[in-house]
Write a protein of this length. Structure first.
Length: 107
């Protein structure tokens, strides 16, 4: 049975949605993700625009402006719920890790 789309998010998906808590253009996201993660996570333009289309189709973001080829987006309530679920999932994983290894072993 196939997995439900967006059941979990990749790092790139997570940070794209996190960027869209404020209205921004796709090019802004390409700059912001590496800034937010100290260069640990990057997003290629092809990946970004593919994910933006998927997020639009799923109702997780909405388009706010169109200026020629430039489009800006913002997170919707549904997108915020997905971010919140993913954040809770990541925190639960960290708790599991700490339970197994103890907080003193946390890097």
């Amino acid at each position: 049975m196939p997995r439900e789309k967006f059941q979990t998010l990749t790092e790139q998906m997570f940070y794209i949605l996190l960027c869209l808590t404020q209205e921004c253009y796709g090019m802004d996201i390409l700059d912001r993700v590496p800034e937010m993660t100290d260069g640990r996570v990057g997003v290629g333009s092809g990946t970004l625009y593919h994910l933006l289309e998927q997020f639009l189709d799923a109702g997780m973001i909405r388009e706010t402006k169109v200026e020629g080829r430039r489009r800006s987006y913002i997170l919707t309530g549904k997108g915020r719920e997905m971010l919140d679920r993913e954040y809770a999932r990541l925190r639960a994983q960290a708790v599991d890790y700490e339970r197994i290894f103890g907080e003193e072993d946390t890097p």
